[in-house]
Write a protein that binds this ligand. Structure first.
Ligand code: FE2
Length: 440
């Protein structure tokens, strides 16, 4: 590291190198051990063949960390077209003339080599010429987080493979959970600063802005498999009155009777995890439920899903009116506070992370499972698309529901209280659960 890294226009360079390095390490650790027939297969119409993700990650990096920064490209329009997520729906990616496994990894390596040489050669004048893309190193953070997010998508793809057991984190020890805790935490009403202005925040997290959140109560812990089983055994999937119209229509069409990957074997419940059947772990947060299932459960429990603002206030707010980057404070995640990639390999039992509690005492907000909120994915007041409308702006609207908190397959670099994820309310292959709330 040279002296310029400690301040000035390039103070972020070390962080950029680290973030790119760790996202690539995770991608390679996950995919390198897999046979090429797994990497090239389309395992589900909801997911790309993994080899598409590899070249897409490389192409995204080529566009943003080479060409957008004035560097010559490695490939051209044809590669851009093949690996453009908007032009190629996931279900069609398996029939495209994709790069082979070795070629895709070589492409990613070639791009990364050039990117790092350019990063090393950048000087303050180059940063000044480039403008907003390099403010605080934003575009490097965007590309590193993009790769981390694809790692999670790839883990979700492996979970859909039935032909082989592909546990990406074998042998991870389960942590002891805690029981007998008060169910709810009361968060007082009042103003709250929502969103983020930090340099690597995505456009949809910006700008930080004041919101008035009335008092509410929220579950201390995510809803567990044991909790969710009570809903099933009480006829939750058969009781029309618990479901919204669209949710009931989906439940009927898809014949939903339990979370994805669950199976009843006589009196016993099992779930499939990376190709292996195991007894349902009752203390884990429920996972692989769609928004409609979460919403129906909440109604059954006499409650509702938290709004996005409530969730963020429960995670980031403090009685003194400060906001925290993570529920426990501003220090980075560690294994005592949150179950993030590559800690556990599956959600940890509810109550496993007392040290990760928020200022109000709400636990397990980051890591383990994404949490569905009641909110549609909408722009914050003062939103400006950056650096391109396809990142967030084209998704805004009532078709998508917001998820918060990140799963066990999310990397620490892409985990913070303000991070917003979004998906269709029918999606179940993602690592999503929820917790409930109610008006105070
Ligand atoms: Fe992508």
């Amino acid at each position: 590291m040279d002296a310029r890294e400690f301040g000035g226009a390039l103070a972020w360079r070390h962080r950029a190198r680290e973030a790119l390095g760790s996202s690539r390490r995770r991608l390679l650790e996950l995919l390198r051990p897999l046979p090429s027939e797994v990497l090239t297969a389309q395992h589900s119409e909801l997911m790309s063949p993994p080899v598409w993700d590899v070249a897409h990650v490389a192409n995204y990096e080529e566009r943003w960390l080479l060409r957008a920064l004035g560097q010559p490209g490695v490939t051209g329009a044809e590669t851009d077209r093949l690996y453009d997520a908007f032009r190629n729906p996931r279900r069609e990616r398996g029939s495209l003339p994709l790069l082979g496994v070795a070629e895709a990894f070589a492409y990613a390596e070639e791009v990364r080599g050039r990117v790092l040489r350019h990063l090393d050669a950048l000087d303050a004048d180059g940063v000044a010429r480039t403008g907003a893309l390099l403010d605080g190193g934003f575009v490097y953070g965007m590309v590193a987080q993009h790769e981390q997010q694809h790692v999670e998508t790839l883990v979700a793809t492996l979970q859909l493979v039935t032909s082989a057991a592909l546990d990406p984190l074998p042998g991870a020890a389960p942590r002891p959970g805690r029981t007998g805790l008060p169910r709810e935490v009361r968060v007082p009403g009042g103003p709250f600063e929502m969103g983020s202005d930090e340099p690597w925040a995505y456009d949809n997290e910006r700008p930080r802005h004041g919101v008035e959140v009335p008092g509410f109560s929220i579950d201390r812990l995510p809803v567990s498999n044991r909790d969710f089983l009570a809903f099933i055994e009480d006829g939750g999937y058969r009781r029309r009155e618990l479901w919204l119209d669209a949710g009931w229509a989906f439940r009927e069409a898809a014949q939903l009777e339990h979370p994805l990957f669950w199976r009843r074997d006589g009196k016993r419940w099992e779930r499939r995890r990376f190709g292996v059947r195991e007894p349902l772990p009752l203390d884990e947060p429920v996972c692989h439920v769609c928004w409609y299932e979460a919403d129906a459960y909440a109604r059954w429990a006499g409650r509702r899903l938290p709004t996005e603002a409530e969730w963020e206030k429960a995670a980031a707010g403090t009685p003194e009116g400060r906001v925290r980057r993570h529920p426990w404070g501003d220090t980075p995640p560690d294994v005592t506070r949150a179950n993030l990639w590559p800690t556990g390999g599956h959600p940890a039992p509810v109550g496993s992370f007392p040290a990760g509690a928020s200022a109000w005492g709400v636990e397990q907000l980051l890591g383990d499972v994404w949490e569905w909120t009641a909110s549609d994915f909408l722009p914050y007041p003062g939103f400006r698309p950056f650096p391109y409308p396809e990142y967030s702006a084209v998704f805004f609207g009532p078709e998508y529901k917001v998820l918060r908190g990140g799963s066990w397959a999310v990397a620490p670099d892409a985990s913070r209280n303000t991070f917003r994820n979004w998906d269709y309310p029918i999606r179940r292959q993602i690592f999503a659960g929820f917790r409930c709330a109610r008006d105070a």
